[in-house]
Design a protein. Structure first.
Length: 101
């Protein structure tokens, strides 16, 4: 038995406490405990995007600063950064890196 199999076997009872992929609801999603990972809901499935790289975060920061400048100069709402869940439509919750309200 490989290391991955041992981990899967150890977590199997915990995984049974949660809905199977494809059957997650918004209520299930919002009942999840806080984590240091971005977790999104799409088509009844939990999605965990990969951790961003240093370069990626640098670009996000620059984009957020520019958008904030624009928003302030044009009285065009507020700029927010992740992690904040955004409900795009029923059953579709994403955590965009940068968004405006």
């Amino acid at each position: 038995m490989g290391e991955v199999d041992v981990v899967r076997e150890a977590w199997a009872p915990v995984a049974q406490l949660f809905p199977p992929q494809g059957q997650w609801t918004e209520a299930d999603y919002f009942a999840l405990p806080d984590t240091n990972r971005h977790v999104e809901l799409s088509e009844g499935k939990l999605v965990m995007p990969p951790h961003p790289t240093y370069r990626y975060q640098y670009v996000v920061l620059r984009l957020a600063r520019r958008l904030q400048e624009f928003a302030e100069q044009n009285n065009a709402g507020e700029v927010c950064i992740a992690p904040l869940p955004v409900r795009l439509w029923p059953g579709k919750i994403r955590e965009p890196d940068v968004f405006s309200t």
